[in-house]
Design a protein around this ligand. Structure first.
Ligand code: BGC
Length: 506
């Protein structure tokens, strides 16, 4: 089969020969195992925290409460400690992603990915073998470090090795693996839930993606941009030839060198990130990640079994429903893989926001009308809600899910790329933490209004996307400022000659 050699659309990028080589595909897939680790973690905790054996061993008071408290549909799972088990990992990930961004810049993307796998493996060992709460907590901290390092390095790595024309689709592989990890975890939970050591098997299963990533990190290349940036220009050039599969990579290489020269003059990327001219990218990345969490997606990912039990499903049916939503999540992400570089980022963000808005508001309406404190949702309505949740998940999966990671990884110039991406990762982790920590309590106090809380946020993000998120499809990663930001009706005001000059100063 002839290789798809093609010129990249748009400006200087036109001359960049973009060949999608086996090397790029394999490296992207290996790196995407970092997403599988992340996804496994998201998907596993909800099921584990509903296992009686686990609760009895580590959270005996919760266990007693769960079985003896006077049950109110909306409040039966409200417990700060239990929520802390789920959320603590994300707190550790916020802190570690700061160090990961430094590591990424100084030692490269590949080493950062390897460290992610190592941290994760230590965390898995501590969790699966946990004899007491201390081991469990330390395990969560190491897992958090693994997630922080992985989420920092993997999307950047993929965006940097991908030819511009395929960058979106390849980068979405990260999200695809996140969703596969969630589904894998849901299935494991389904089968282990009644086993006496079920929780150990569930928590130990996280070792599988981490082992793949650890071994894979020995095989993958380092990105040309990182090699040049760290003072290895020849290796950068050779790697570029290798991953592009053509000899003539001079044009692309020169662009990398030019941006690297600029990047090297910036001694304090975080200070630089605070400058006015970095604001468009900074605000966009942070807000995308915040909005991503305020869709309410993790309420479903973490607490789907609990939510379905709240609606009156039996515990088996609840776990099974989580498998159903998990499957939709994976398949709908494939839509993004194939569409993101064709229809563009903005179309997907706006279309899906409308879809999620409908799903959340109708779900809220049904729950408000039919689920009271002590009844069970009538069967037909439960099925309609299940359908609406799938509809919601599908919309998220081909838009705000993958694009929350893709856009921040492609919009920063090299000099602020790792620092800027740190902001995206940490915003994701902070808001994931908040949702994980607060949701069950919010459900207890706000009841069905919780769905309208998320609906309001989705409306805000719909308007924001339409007005402020620019299209980045097909634009070479090192030409974003000129081709995207400086041309945007709103963001262009952040670039003027004076800003540019001060930004160039070392
Ligand atoms: C989000 C996660 C979410 C997952 C669902 C990711 O993009 O960052 O918080 O659980 O998508 O598929």
């Amino acid at each position: 089969m002839p290789s798809p050699v093609m010129a990249v659309n748009g400006g200087a990028g036109q001359d960049v020969l973009a060949k999608l080589t086996g090397q790029v595909v394999v490296c992207s897939i290996i790196a995407a195992f970092g997403g599988l680790m992340f996804g496994y973690d998201i998907g596993i905790s909800g099921g584990v925290t509903s296992m009686d054996v686990f609760l009895k061993k580590f959270f005996p008071t919760v266990y007693v409460k769960k079985h003896h408290a006077k049950e109110d549909n909306y409040c039966k799972f409200d417990d700060q400690f239990l929520q802390l088990f789920t959320s603590s990992l994300y707190l550790a990930a916020v802190v570690s992603s700061f160090f990961a961004s430094k590591c990424c810049k100084k030692y490269g993307r590949r080493i950062t990915i390897r460290l992610a796998a190592v941290f994760f493996l230590v965390g898995v060992a501590l969790n699966a073998a946990a004899m007491n709460l201390m081991m469990l907590i330390f395990g969560r901290i190491f897992l958090g470090a693994g997630v922080g390092y992985g989420n920092q390095a993997v999307p950047l790595f993929i965006s940097e090795i991908a030819p511009p024309k395929f960058r979106g689709g390849l980068n979405v592989c990260f999200q695809l693996f996140v969703t596969a990890g969630i589904l894998f975890a849901n299935i494991v939970n389904y089968f282990t839930s009644t086993h006496p050591y079920g929780w150990r098997i569930s928590l130990g299963g996280a070792a599988i993606p981490a082992l793949f990533l650890a071994i894979g990190s020995l095989i993958i290349v380092e990105t040309p941009a990182s090699l040049v940036e760290r003072g290895y220009p020849e290796r950068g050039f050779a790697t570029l030839r290798k991953i592009r599969g053509v000899q003539d990579v001079q044009k692309e290489y020169d662009e990398i060198v030019a941006t690297t020269e600029l990047a090297k003059r910036i001694k304090h990327p975080f200070k630089n990130l605070m400058k006015r001219s970095s604001r468009p990218q900074l605000i966009t990345s942070a807000i995308l990640q915040m909005f991503q969490q305020f869709t309410g997606i993790n309420v479903i990912m973490f607490y789907a079994p609990v939510l379905f039990q709240t609606m009156g499903f039996h515990s088996d049916a609840s776990l099974l429903s989580a498998v159903v939503t998990g499957t939709i999540n994976v398949f709908a992400t494939l839509v993004a893989v194939f569409c993101v570089d064709k229809v563009g980022r903005r179309f997907l963000l706006i279309q899906a926001a409308i879809q999620m808005l409908i799903a959340q508001s109708v779900t809220g309406g049904i729950i408000m009308a039919f689920l009271k404190a002590t009844n069970v949702l009538p069967k037909t309505y439960s099925l309609v809600v299940l359908f609406l949740i799938c509809f919601f998940v599908a919309g998220f999966a081909w838009s705000w899910g993958p694009l929350g990671w893709l856009i921040p990884s492609e919009i920063f110039p090299l000099e602020t790329r790792t620092a800027g991406f740190f902001v995206a990762v940490s915003m994701n982790m902070i808001f994931t933490f908040l949702i994980a920590q607060a949701f069950l309590t919010m459900l207890c106090y706000m009841r069905s209004l919780i769905f309208f809380f998320f609906t309001t946020w989705i409306l805000i993000m719909l308007i924001y996307a339409a007005l402020f998120i620019p299209e980045t499809k097909g634009v070479p990663i090192d030409e974003m400022n000129d081709k995207v930001w400086k041309k945007h009706w709103f963001w262009k005001r952040y670039f003027n000659d004076e800003n540019e000059r001060s930004r160039d100063k070392p």
